[in-house]
Design a protein around this ligand. Structure first.
Ligand code: GAL
Length: 381
């Protein structure tokens, strides 16, 4: 069954916005292979806004932009499949997408059949576009497409993109394999470029431009809703974008992984440096994300120090995981007492810090120095 572990892949949007073409996609496919990303588990190549023509065909079908994709839809789909990967497309539950291309409102069954005929594997479905559509509850708009995809006869991963507006953790998991829980991320660790909402339960239209730390903050309220096949999606990764330090990129990846978000790379793979590649391919951290229990870490308020040190814990197969995040811009010395975290393990605890590989045998606590914005990830057994 698809979607039982959070999906992993790459998406055009964070770097290319709507400006990409077949060459960009083909280069990405070959880099996913040559950089070891495919081997690490990244399998979906998702063409966000920009793959489509600005109008339907004369008889009302979606069509690919033939300037950017001169070989047509079959050529790009075959290219991705022939290289052992899967392909995703972007659409919208309104009459128009956010970039004013055709949406699927009123065309759900027709478009789902088109996707199946094209052999598409992944459908990201957005929340823009047109007053009439917006008067329908999101459960209806997104649910109509769920039913249409089910009728299409093809297993298509359904990625609901409703920006967390109407609290999709209460309904989105029944509809999609994943659902966005926040407005768009920006390539910044702490500084927002928008993002009026600092909590999950917030009604405000200034939704986009959220920093990595803001999105982690919102998950405090909703991490308990993560279950296999119903993933809250913290948005595409910004690792390799902007100018985050190695510690910031590790924190970004550790939280997206341990909180069971889909891991969708949003960088130009041809520009990734070794630090970013090492973060994105860390097998131990990815294993947390893909762990069969599918339980996200929770924020432990009693062990944390607000605005300074955050502690999150959760179960994984065969043990527990503890994230220790230094929220300050300066190094801090921290002692983590595992026996005070209600972990259901006691006595001979063995700990491994997953970024450094450092191990401790039979410990109750670990004292360490955290770099600015660093997160250490302890796996306990
Ligand atoms: C936004 C969505 C982004 C991206 C963009 C494309 O609504 O949240 O992830 O898909 O639309 O226009």
């Amino acid at each position: 069954m698809i979607g039982q572990a959070p999906q992993m892949g790459w998406n055009t949007w964070n770097t290319f916005h709507a400006n990409y073409n077949a060459t960009v996609v083909e280069q990405t496919v070959s880099l996913l292979n040559s950089l070891g990303l495919k081997e690490a588990g990244y399998e979906y190549v998702v063409l966000d806004e920009g793959w489509q023509a600005s109008s339907r065909t004369a008889d009302g079908y979606l069509q690919i932009n033939s300037t950017s994709f001169p070989g047509g839809i079959k050529s790009i789909v075959d290219y991705v499949h022939d290289h052992g990967l899967k392909i995703g497309l972007y659409g919208d539950s309104g009459m128009l997408t956010c970039g004013f291309n055709p949406g699927s409102y009123g065309y759900e069954i027709r478009d789902a059949i088109t996707l199946a005929e094209w052999e598409i594997d992944y459908w990201k479905y957005d929340n823009c576009g047109g007053f009439a559509a917006m008067t329908e509850a999101p459960e209806v708009r997104f649910g109509t497409m769920k039913d249409a995809l089910a009728l299409s006869g093809r297993d298509i991963l359904y990625s609901v993109c409703e920006w967390g507006y109407q609290f999709p953790w209460h309904w989105g998991g029944d509809i999609g394999h994943s659902y966005r829980m926040s407005g768009d991320i920006t390539a910044s660790f702490v500084n927002e470029t928008g993002c009026a909402c600092k909590t999950a339960y917030c009604l405000n239209t200034g939704y986009a431009g959220c920093s990595v730390v803001s999105i982690i903050q919102k998950m405090r309220e909703i991490s308990q809703y993560q279950t296999p096949g119903h993933w809250a999606d913290m948005d595409m990764l910004e690792i390799g974008n902007g100018n985050m330090t190695l510690a910031m990129q590790q924190t970004h990846f550790a939280f997206w992984s341990a909180l069971k978000s889909p891991l969708i790379i949003g960088a130009d793979l041809s520009k990734l440096d070794n630090d970013s590649i090492s973060v994105l391919t860390n097998r131990d951290i990815i294993a947390l994300n893909q762990d069969p229990l599918g339980v996200a870490v929770n924020y432990i308020e009693s062990a944390s120090e607000e605005g300074s040190i955050q502690i999150w814990t959760g179960p994984v197969r065969g043990g527990n995981v503890v994230l220790v995040f230094n929220e300050k811009s300066y190094p801090q010395t921290v002692t983590v007492s595992f026996d005070q975290l209600n972990l259901n393990i006691s006595g001979n605890i063995n700990a491994k810090e997953l970024w450094s590989g450092k191990q401790w045998k039979h410990v109750e606590q670990v004292g360490t120095i955290l770099e600015p914005y660093q997160t250490m990830v302890f796996q306990l057994s």
